[in-house]
Write a protein that binds this ligand. Structure first.
Ligand SMILES: Nc1ncnc2c1ncn2[C@@H]1O[C@H](COP(=O)(O)OP(=O)(O)OP(=O)(O)O)[C@@H](O)[C@H]1O
Length: 531
């Protein structure tokens, strides 16, 4: 026992720990840098880069690390690259670890829901902002457990550096045991030292996981300030206030809204809209997916402040049309002009880069609400709204927060400002998503079946919010919906799509009560029978 304690505190072995940690540090840091590069190559659309990254992985994953260390230390000097053993071992570890780290990064990035990326694009986030604000924070958190394991295995793998005479812990233990013949005590002490080191790494991993666990209360607020995302405390469920909050805004309901109840008010509104300038003009739009025509020579004008309900059977192209209008989707032929701008194209007709398109989208003002809400999962309801205002539109933190709080009050969710999306009901999430989309004051709001992912009991709370938007005037709404009553009540115009074409379009109540086209009539009958 005395000998064991003697070896455990022996400076000769303790100095070996320094070499072990140095090799591990070089391996992990270098591996992270090279791994990030490899992951970026694998995710790149430029095929030669992806092929290079795959070939790299095949070589470094397919050969033993011990050979790689020998190669770095003994073979490279033949081509004039000479380095100390510690550096050679660290680099070999780095190049080897990079393949595993690249896989972790890649799966972390791909693990972030595509819907969040689409929502970010629709909000005008450039690819860089998307990576920094949305993808990286979520990918990093998902990668933490695997990174902890990788750090432990790098530390253990550093013992292979003994083969190129790096004076790390294993080599020193072996030398000590050979000279004292006390193998058991020396290796027992050495094993315990390794356990302390790997235990330390596991502890750091646990602390980081706890720190980045959004379901826990923040404890290190000082550190949290430096994170690119915000922690949000989980609130105890509090009863929602009556949704009447939604109607608290100052807009007069009966006279300015699309939901105007009386026929006279509707006629008055139709006359105003007939004079209103066009804010969205779609002409000759065609789109195919792998040979299947989804949109065929489609033309649609939407006036400022108009509420248009898109109806049509599943697969008729409603979502595709909305995605094309916000240029989240490319098309094959035709033009789309929003507020006088050909979104996605330079003045000379050349296509914009993704970053320019994002800026243009934010400037022109096309908001989009998705069927699956697509809130940023790592941000609170408040931050989902305030974040894009700061990042994309350059608002100050105070102004963005004030706007976010106003909008949360408007959709009846002031009491859930700090809640994460996963702690909100579907209806509440969709209300936050609507608030987020209208926060920068878009000219056009596109809504892709905003209630179809909701329980029937939650549909009305979202419809109420949309109804209140329709009453505002000024904001053009294009809503793809299967809610016929709602469309009759709120929309100025119903546009019926089938097979990627508009087969009928006209005043909402007219189309819904006296459809002219047999396909519209059939669809309405089926919908009525299903209810
Ligand atoms: N990314 C895609 N790749 C291939 N085909 C697609 C893609 N997106 C949509 N489609 C096809 O395009 C057609 C139109 O789809 P779209 O989602 O626009 O219809 P929709 O009218 O919105 O339907 P729903 O009411 O069910 O949402 C469908 O046949 C669909 O399968």
């Amino acid at each position: 026992m005395d000998l064991f304690l003697h070896y455990l505190t022996m400076p000769y072995l303790l100095w070996g720990i320094g070499f072990t940690l140095a090799a591990t540090g070089i391996g992990l840091a270098g591996g992270a840098v090279i791994g990030l590069l490899l992951a970026a190559m694998q995710l790149s659309r430029f095929r030669p880069l992806a092929a290079f990254a795959r070939a790299y992985a095949v070589i470094f994953r397919g050969t033993p690390l011990i050979l790689q260390m020998v190669f770095f230390y003994d073979a490279l000097p033949h081509v004039g690259i000479r380095m100390p053993g510690l550096v050679a071992a660290g680099l070999a570890l780095a190049f080897n670890e990079a393949t595993f780290i690249a896989e972790m990064v890649r799966s972390g990035v791909l693990g972030v829901e595509r819907g969040q990326v689409l929502a970010g694009q629709a909000l005008g986030l450039t690819p860089r902002m998307l990576m920094r604000r949305i993808i990286a924070p979520q990918a990093l958190r998902a990668m933490l457990p695997a990174m902890g394991n990788e750090a432990v295995s790098t530390l253990k793998n550093s013992s292979l550096a003994s083969v190129i005479a790096v004076q790390e812990l294993t080599l020193r233990s072996t030398q000590l045991a050979s000279s004292t013949f006390d193998f058991f005590s020396v290796f027992f002490a050495s094993g315990l030292l390794y356990l302390v080191l790997t235990g330390g790494i596991s502890l750091v991993q646990l602390c980081l996981e706890a720190r980045f666990d959004l379901d826990r209360q923040a404890t290190l607020q000082g550190l949290a300030r430096w994170l690119p995302w915000r922690r949000a405390p989980v609130l105890a469920a509090t009863p929602a206030p009556e949704l009447s909050v939604v109607h608290d805004d100052e807009s007069p309901r009966a006279t300015t809204g699309a939901a105007a109840a009386s026929d006279a008010a509707r006629a008055e509104r139709a006359a105003v809209l007939a004079e209103a300038p066009t804010v969205v003009r779609v002409s000759g739009l065609s789109k195919t997916y792998g040979g299947q025509t989804v949109l065929a020579d489609l033309a649609l004008d939407v006036a400022v402040g108009e509420v248009v309900a898109l109806l049509g059977p599943s697969g008729s192209g409603k979502s595709t049309l909305l995605r094309c209008i916000s240029h989240l989707e490319d098309w094959d032929a035709g033009h789309i002009v929003v507020d006088g701008q050909r979104l996605g194209y330079q003045a000379g007709g050349e296509r914009m880069s993704p970053a320019d398109l994002a800026r243009e989208r934010a400037r022109v003002g096309v908001g989009m609400v998705f069927q699956q809400f697509n809130l940023f999962a790592h941000l609170s309801a408040l931050e989902n709204i305030a974040g894009p205002l700061r990042w994309v539109h350059g608002w100050t933190a105070e102004r963005a927060e004030q706007r976010a709080r106003e909008l949360l009050a408007r959709v009846g969710l002031s009491h859930r400002a700090d809640a994460l999306p996963r702690h909100l009901s579907g209806g509440q999430q969709q209300r936050v998503a609507i608030a987020r989309a209208i926060a920068p004051g878009p000219r056009v709001l596109l809504m892709d079946e905003p209630t179809s992912a909701l329980d029937p009991a939650l549909v009305n709370e979202v419809l109420e919010v949309i109804r209140s938007l329709a009453q505002d005037g000024g904001l053009a709404l294009v809503i793809s919906t299967h809610q016929l009553h709602f469309a009759a009540d709120v929309a100025d115009r119903v546009v019926f799509l089938a097979g990627g074409r508009i087969v009928e379009s006209g005043p909402a109540r007219e189309v819904l009560t006296r459809p002219q086209h047999p396909q519209t009539a059939r669809f309405l009958n089926v919908m009525a029978a299903e209810r």
